[in-house]
Design a binder for this molecule. Structure first.
Ligand code: SF4
Ligand code: SF4
Length: 269
C-alpha cells in the first residue's frame, strides 16, 4: 500500500542570535549597492547624504521620530541622522525621506546585552522584516527575484533551498513559512517604498516640488546640509496633500500592514 506523505512548508523560527542587529553598517545587497551608487548621489531627485559604506538601516521619517523618543526611554543616543533627502527648489527646503542610526560601532546602538532594548515597541520595518531584505513585489520581471531578497541569517538554512521559483507559489510559500509576520512586514515595506516613489513623482508632475538634480554631488550635499529641513510626511501636510488626520491614518495603515494583507489576498492564500 502506498502511503501519501504530505509535504509541509518549513517554518522559520528566529533563534534570537542577535546577528542581524549586530552588523547594520553598510549591509546593502550587492545589486542595491550598485543602484544606489549610480543613482542617489545627485542624478535623481532623491539624494543620499552619506556614503553607502557608512549608512545603516533606513528608518522612514515617522519611524525615526519614534526612535528619537524611545532612545531616551532606554538612555541611548542612537545618533539618528538624515539618510536621504530631496532638495526642493520651490520651497528651498530639504525634504527628509529617511533617517539612519550613525552609531560608532557596526551594531545597532539600541542592542544591549545582545537584546533589543525597544523590542516591546512597534520598532521599524527594517527590524520587523528580517530575515528579508525586501519582499518579492519590487521586481516583478522575475529576473533574479530571490537574489538579495534575504539577509544573512543562520535560521534560513532549511528554508532557502525550498523557496519555489514560480512567483505565485513563492508568495504562497513565503506566507506560510514566516508565521512571525516578517514576510508580511517585508511586503508592506515594499508597498511603502512604492507609495513614496509614486508620491514624489506625483508632486513633481503637479509642480508642487522641483527637486535639485544633476548638480555636482558635493554642491547638492552642501545645499541640503545648510537648508531648512522638513520630514516628507509633514511636507505632505504642509502643502495640503494630506490633513494631519489623514497622515496619522496613513501611518496607522502602514503600521498595521493593511495594504500587505490586501495584496496577499489576491494570491488566494
Ligand atoms: S532573524 Fe536570523 S540573524 Fe536575526 S536574530 Fe533571528 S536568527 Fe539571528
Ligand atoms: S532597534 Fe532593535 S530590532 Fe531594530 S536593529 Fe536595533 S536592536 Fe535590532
Amino acid at each position: 500500500m502506498l502511503i501519501k506523505i504530505q509535504s509541509e512548508t518549513p517554518k522559520f523560527k528566529c533563534n534570537a542570535c542577535g546577528s542581524c542587529c549586530s552588523h547594520i553598517r553598510g549591509i546593502v545587497p550587492k545589486e542595491d549597492r550598485e543602484f544606489l551608487k549610480q543613482n542617489v548621489f545627485g542624478k535623481m531627485p532623491v539624494v543620499q547624504l552619506v556614503p553607502v559604506e557608512q549608512m545603516t538601516f533606513p528608518l522612514w521619517d515617522w519611524e525615526a521620530k519614534r526612535f528619537k523618543e524611545w532612545q531616551h526611554e532606554v538612555n541611548v543616543d542612537a545618533k539618528i541622522k538624515p539618510l536621504r533627502a530631496i532638495m526642493d527648489l520651490n520651497s528651498n527646503k530639504a525634504i527628509i525621506l529617511t533617517y539612519f542610526m550613525d552609531s560608532k560601532t557596526d551594531a545597532c546602538p539600541l542592542l544591549k546585552d545582545s537584546k533589543c532594548s525597544i523590542y516591546h515597541t512597534k520598532r521599524a520595518y527594517v527590524c520587523r522584516l528580517f530575515p528579508f531584505n525586501r519582499g518579492p513585489f519590487l521586481n516583478q520581471d522575475g529576473m533574479h527575484l530571490k537574489e538579495g531578497m534575504f539577509g544573512d541569517c543562520g535560521a534560513m538554512e532549511h528554508i532557502l533551498p525550498q523557496v519555489p521559483d514560480d512567483f505565485n507559489k513563492m508568495v504562497k510559500f513565503l506566507n506560510e513559512a514566516f508565521p512571525d509576520d516578517s514576510f508580511l512586514n517585508a511586503v508592506q515595506n515594499d508597498i511603502v517604498i512604492e507609495w513614496m516613489n509614486k508620491t514624489i513623482i506625483d508632486l513633481m508632475r503637479k509642480r508642487i516640488i522641483k527637486p535639485a538634480m544633476n548638480y555636482p554631488y558635493n554642491f547638492l550635499l552642501e545645499r541640503i546640509t545648510n537648508a531648512r529641513t522638513i520630514d516628507f510626511t509633514d511636507f505632505l501636510v504642509q502643502v495640503g496633500c494630506l490633513t494631519e488626520k489623514e497622515k496619522e491614518g496613513l501611518i496607522s495603515r502602514f503600521d498595521d500592514n493593511v495594504d500587505a494583507k490586501e495584496k496577499l489576498k489576491q494570491f488566494e492564500l
